[in-house]
Design a protein around this ligand. Structure first.
Ligand SMILES: O=c1[nH]c(=O)c2ncn([C@@H]3O[C@H](COP(=O)(O)OP(=O)(O)OP(=O)(O)O)[C@@H](O)[C@H]3O)c2[nH]1
Ligand SMILES: [Mg+2]
Length: 199
């Protein structure tokens, strides 16, 4: 079975490829679709944006398509950056600038009020029109400085109190055991298994 990963984000591709690691699944990405034009994420929720990305890519690739829309919600910022996480510090998107802006916005906010979560909405679309959505989240806290070099995005400032580590200090395997994306993906596994039998 062929599955298309509808994301331009190399960090996500790495994580999803590892999660989808099954010899019966051939993984394609948007770079396998010649002339694919990235679609505008015009929705107002993670779920809407995940469907927008998945529908567009499925129409182009005509195979089972997975798209993730994800981001960071910080309580002291009323849920920002949320769906705007990728471009929080403006265009073109830049993880370093985003972290810089986040730390500036949170200056003076004490540790106990720096609670946050990553959220992921994972859309799965089939060429015959079936649509599914799963979601996952992981709770943490925003540090005042970066620690660790793994992952992508805000990982170096996202602290997991239970593990006493940032997300960027985890190996790919460790991140894939507990991340928002891994949790959304785990809920999609039974579905993918069923789809594999029918396509
Ligand atoms: O530290 C992080 N660890 C993560 O595990 C993570 N997952 C998402 N994010 C942030 O949220 C944006 C997604 O926005 P997003 O879903 O629109 O993706 P994107 O624009 O990067 O690629 P695409 O999939 O849309 O092509 C990303 O760029 C990041 O800023 C993360 N940050
Ligand atoms: Mg995006």
């Amino acid at each position: 079975m062929q599955v298309l990963l509808a994301t331009m984000n190399k960090g996500k591709v790495m994580e999803l490829e590892e999660l989808l690691n099954d010899e019966k699944i051939e993984i394609l990405s948007l770079s396998d679709l010649p002339n694919y034009q990235e679609v505008e994420e015009s929705g107002s929720t993670f779920a809407e944006n995940a469907f927008i990305k998945a529908r567009a890519a499925c129409a182009a690739g005509k195979m089972i398509t997975l798209a993730d829309d994800s981001g960071l919600e910080v309580d002291a910022l009323a849920g920002a950056p949320g769906i705007f996480s990728a471009r929080y510090a403006g265009e073109p998107k830049n993880d370093e600038h985003n972290i810089e802006k986040l730390l500036t916005d949170l200056e003076g906010v004490p540790e106990e009020n720096r609670t946050a979560r990553f959220r992921c909405a994972l859309a799965i679309i089939c060429p015959d029109g079936q649509e599914y959505l799963t979601e996952g989240s992981v709770e943490g806290r925003i540090l005042t400085e970066r620690i660790g070099t793994g992952g992508f995005g805000y990982d170096p400032v996202f602290y997991l109190p239970d593990l006493q580590k940032t997300m960027a200090e985890l190996s790919l395997d460790e991140k894939n055991c507990l991340s928002h994306r891994a949790r959304a993906f785990a809920k999609a596994v039974p579905l993918l298994t069923a789809l594999m039998k029918s396509f």
